[in-house]
Design a protein around this ligand. Structure first.
Ligand SMILES: [Cu+2]
Length: 184
């Protein structure tokens, strides 16, 4: 009887660990065919290397403001996440698929505590922060995984522009020679 209980709780812990691992940035290398969809979302950032601060508001309307953030590949962003609502909210960065899986797990185990460098849980009226370096270009999602919040649309997107492309685009705008060659 006792061993049954132990087995149950350890399988819950295992499920939780698996979910966190799949949401983690460090989870999978290339070549894991079964996990090809697991997205590399970047790495935990260092405070000393923060290039920019982005303020994000979370409200009981189940929205992030802004819900869309544009960054450049390689940038380290300090997200200052404020909870202006009365409910508990959280900001979790991840691949869209991994976030959804993690959310489903949270619904099954609502008492599950989770804490990782890619996320912050914020009480009403408080602010928290996540420092994250975006090493891969592409779309990286963020969401609130509190039960009901994700379903209500509490999610957003970080668009990470490719490093070289972004530099090229900037150079094109700022090169006077190129501009002069166009006839108006
Ligand atoms: Cu929320």
């Amino acid at each position: 009887m006792k061993s049954k209980i132990i087995f149950k709780s350890s399988s819950v812990l295992l499920l939780c660990a698996l979910a966190l691992a799949s949401a983690s940035a460090f989870a999978h290398d290339k070549g894991h065919g079964a996990h090809a969809d697991a997205q590399k979302i970047g790495v935990a950032g260092l405070a000393a290397r923060v290039s920019r601060t982005v303020d994000v508001d979370m409200s009981d309307a189940m929205r992030f403001t802004p819900a869309s953030v544009l960054v450049k590949q390689g940038e380290t962003i300090r997200f200052v996440v404020k909870n202006s609502g009365k409910l508990k909210h959280e900001f979790v960065l991840g691949g869209a698929k991994e976030l959804k899986e993690h959310y489903e797990l949270m619904k099954k185990f609502p008492e599950m505590e989770h804490s990782d460098p890619n996320m912050v849980t914020v009480a009403s009226g408080q602010a928290g922060e996540v420092i994250w370096q975006f090493t891969q270009a592409g779309e990286i999602a963020f969401a609130c995984l509190q039960p009901g919040h994700y379903d209500a649309g509490m999610k957003g997107m970080v668009n990470v522009a490719k490093g070289k492309k972004a530099e090229k685009a900037k150079a094109a705008v700022q090169t006077p020679d190129e501009h002069a060659s166009h006839q108006h």
